[in-house]
Design a protein around this ligand. Structure first.
Ligand SMILES: [Zn+2]
Length: 175
């Protein structure tokens, strides 16, 4: 489908054809998408990455959620608390506004799964990384380098192996 846009895009935009054609293809496939509010760097990284995804590998990457105002994230978090039954359980699914990178404008949720897989594989050259094991769709712009893949939101590091080992020993000794 995307190739249909290519000849027209060349006439209109010359060297920028790939980017423009990519935007048209995305607007056609994901008409409700909004990139406003993302930081300029995050947006540029995303647009460069998905332009390459489309023209090199035929993958379209759509954004289901980009920047969120703090009030919106607060509502999402409040809903998660109600649904999950506790603050701790809610934090595995969503973060409060002060911690959410969506509020900061450096996170995007993408679709479809194939597009997310592409981004997971090639996103590093654009500073875009998957962050959580339980969210295949959530990517963040982290120009400082690949962050550790976390099991879920609400934690800042992976559980250390030695901790698990020690707690097993404690259990073994206790029984
Ligand atoms: Zn997200």
């Amino acid at each position: 489908m995307a190739l249909v846009f290519l000849p027209v895009a060349f006439v209109v935009a010359g060297r920028r054809a790939a980017h423009v054609g990519c935007r048209w293809a995305l607007a056609f496939r994901f008409p409700a998408e909004r990139l406003a509010g993302l930081t300029a760097e995050t947006r540029a990284a995303l647009e460069a990455a998905r332009s390459r995804a489309l023209w090199r590998h035929g993958e379209l990457i759509g954004v289901t959620s980009g920047h969120r105002p703090a009030e919106r994230q607060a509502r999402i978090f409040a809903d998660a608390i109600r649904r999950e039954g506790s603050l701790e359980a809610a934090r595995l699914r969503a973060l409060p506004p002060g911690e959410s990178r969506h509020v900061a404008g450096t996170a995007v949720d993408v679709r479809p799964v194939e597009g997310a897989r592409w981004l997971e594989r090639y996103g590093a050259r654009y500073g875009l990384y998957r962050i959580y094991e339980n969210e295949w769709w959530h990517f963040e712009y982290r120009p400082g380098g690949r962050p550790v893949l976390l099991p879920h939101p609400g934690v800042t590091r992976r559980p250390a192996r030695s901790t698990v080992y020690r707690s097993n020993r404690v259990l073994t000794n206790a029984t």
